[in-house]
Every structure is written in structure tokens, then in C-alpha cells.
Design a protein around this ligand. Structure first.
Ligand code: MN
Length: 325
């Protein structure tokens, strides 16, 4: 049987036997994606390896303080000039999540796939997948333990950032005893927990406040009070000078209303496409719901993208949600 420990050893081997690595994470990177990218980069630099860190798009401003995060190549600004043969994918549930960075991969490239999504299909030549890990950063902590390296505040901060953001500040159900044990180790290396919580989870930019205001003004509830939803249009985005990263967390307000079972955020992309984010209070499996629309995610947090007019999509989604009980 292929155990987790064997996977970690195979991953270690992969990091030792190649060189000139490309480290990639998923499109629209979150805290875990950025922290996992720089953590692998830091480890490779300790090993004296050549490496390039890349993402399809921009790294959110609030994560750029992380070790070498400002050197992560933004692919939209730097199209591929050459290709890489040894690829390390972090926090990518399936291959498509790497987005356009795949143009940097040699056709016969070997991939090390490190991830914690239960839906990961093992697309790598070597796969380290631990579905009960709260974050990819938690797996990386365990991988780093298998190397003879000296921890410092910077790398501990990077790993902690992934744990902090993917557990919603150590609050979600994935906050296991192991998460707290790892966080405890990282704090001993000098991580400033309150500062990270403030800058990564609490602090809001002015565009964020304005777009949140717009979203909350659009709030609607079903008659029985079990479904709540908000809508954001491209005009709202423009008016508030908001970027996609400013929308993070908005959907939670709908689900957090007392009595609500499913909260939904409809983000109008254009006249014929809407991005739908769903959150469940626990009774409804929104991943299954999203799958019926061609999307996916976790049981309590999922999403999909639908073609059509906003009004039709809202009615269709509400109908499907109601069909769940
Ligand atoms: Mn993650």
C-alpha cells in the first residue's frame, strides 16, 4: 500500500534528483497557494537548486511580504520564453488549476503534485496528497521535517500563513489537533501570529469596504429565510475600483445570517456569464449542488460558472437549492 510516509519520501527524492524546477500554484492564488509556492522555493534554495516560481496572474498585495513572493513571475506580464522539465504543483486539485502556466511545461515534464483537496486526481508522476490536511502548507511542514534544514522566522511565517488562511484563522472544522501542533512549532520559530491575523484576515482596503457595501445592499432572502443571496455586477466593480481579490469573504455574510442554510454570491462576469459561489451552514452539500452545474468544491463551500442571463440563473440556482430539502 502507498502510504503517506512513502509519498513524502518519494517527494523528497524528487526534490533531490532534479534541478531547474518550476514551482506553480493555482490561478487566483489564495494564502495557501502563495505560501506553498514560496515554501517550496525556500526549500529548493536551501538545497542549492535552481528554480523559478510562477503564477498565471498577480500575487495579492497582502501576501507580497512573504519570502521572495515579489519574485513570483506573473505570467500575464511575462509570457513563456523557455520550458521546464521538473514541475512542482502546489494546492492544485487538478491539472487545469495551473491555468496558462502549463505553457511553460515540457511535453514530457515530470510533475510533483502536492495538495490537500479530496478531489485531487493524482495527475503527478509523484503525488503527495493528504485530504485531511487543513492546507497544503501543513503537508509542506511535514515534508520539510524530512530535510536537514534550519528553520527561521521567514519560512515559519510562510507555512503559518497557509495554515491561518485555509482554516479561516484556526476556526473551520479542518482545524485539527495536528494543525494546532504545527502552528505551535511555528510560533516557537518567532512567527508574529496577531500581526498575520490582522494583515491577512482582518484588514480591509477601501475598495473592499465599498464593494461589500454594494453586495449587502443587494441582499435578498427566500420567504422561509433559508436561502440568502447577493449580486455584484461589473458596474459595481468599476464604481468601487474593486479587484477580484476584494470579493473574498463576501459570500460568508449570506451564510452567516441566522437561520440561513445556503448563502449564495452571484458575480456577474458579463451579459452572458455569472460566477456562483455557495456556502452551506451544514445540512446541504453544496459541492454536489455545484457539480450538477459543472462546478465543484467542498461540502460546505463550492462554486460554478453558468452561462445565461442573471435573472434566469438566479431562479435556476434557487430552484435547485430548494430541491435539496
Ligand atoms: Mn489550500
Amino acid at each position: 500500500m502507498h502510504t503517506y510516509e512513502q509519498a513524502l519520501q518519494a517527494g523528497k527524492q524528487f526534490l533531490l534528483e532534479h534541478d531547474d524546477y518550476l514551482v506553480v500554484s493555482h490561478v487566483q492564488p489564495d494564502g495557501d497557494a502563495v505560501s506553498s509556492t514560496v515554501t517550496v522555493g525556500w526549500l529548493l534554495s536551501c538545497l542549492g537548486k535552481k528554480f523559478t516560481m510562477i503564477n498565471e496572474g498577480e500575487i495579492p498585495q497582502r501576501m507580497r511580504f512573504l519570502w521572495q513572493a515579489d519574485t513570483i513571475v506573473n505570467m500575464t506580464e511575462h509570457p513563456p520564453e523557455r520550458k521546464y522539465n521538473a514541475i512542482i504543483c502546489v494546492d492544485c486539485a487538478d491539472f487545469a488549476r495551473v491555468g496558462l502556466t502549463r505553457h511553460y511545461f515540457e511535453e514530457d515534464a515530470v510533475i510533483l503534485n502536492i495538495d490537500h483537496h479530496p478531489t485531487n486526481n493524482g495527475y503527478g508522476a509523484v503525488n503527495i496528497i493528504k485530504p485531511d490536511a487543513a492546507a497544503t502548507a501543513e503537508i509542506l511542514f511535514e515534508l520539510l521535517q524530512r530535510f536537514d534544514i534550519t528553520w527561521d522566522k521567514e519560512i515559519a511565517t510562510a507555512v503559518y500563513t497557509g495554515l491561518l488562511t485555509d482554516t479561516g484563522g484556526f476556526r473551520y472544522a479542518n482545524t485539527s489537533p495536528n494543525v494546532m501542533a504545527v502552528a505551535s512549532q511555528l510560533l516557537k520559530h518567532g512567527v508574529d501570529g496577531p500581526y498575520l491575523a490582522q494583515s491577512l484576515l482582518e484588514e480591509l482596503t477601501l475598495p473592499q469596504i465599498h464593494i461589500l457595501n454594494k453586495a449587502l445592499s443587494s441582499l435578498q432572502m427566500s420567504e422561509d429565510g433559508k436561502i440568502a443571496w447577493v449580486v455584484i455586477t461589473p458596474e459595481d466593480m468599476q464604481e468601487c475600483k474593486a479587484a477580484n481579490e476584494d470579493l473574498e469573504g463576501i459570500v460568508n455574510y449570506t451564510r452567516n445570517i441566522r437561520g440561513v442554510e445556503v448563502g449564495i454570491f452571484f458575480k456577474v462576469i458579463n451579459d452572458n456569464a455569472v460566477k456562483v459561489s455557495m456556502r452551506s451552514a451544514g445540512k446541504i452539500d453544496v459541492a454536489a449542488l455545484a457539480q450538477t452545474f459543472g462546478g465543484g468544491g467542498h461540502v460546505l463551500a463550492a462554486g460554478c460558472r453558468l452561462e445565461g442571463k442573471l435573472e434566469d440563473i438566479v431562479q435556476n440556482v434557487l430552484k435547485q437549492v430548494r430541491a435539496q430539502w
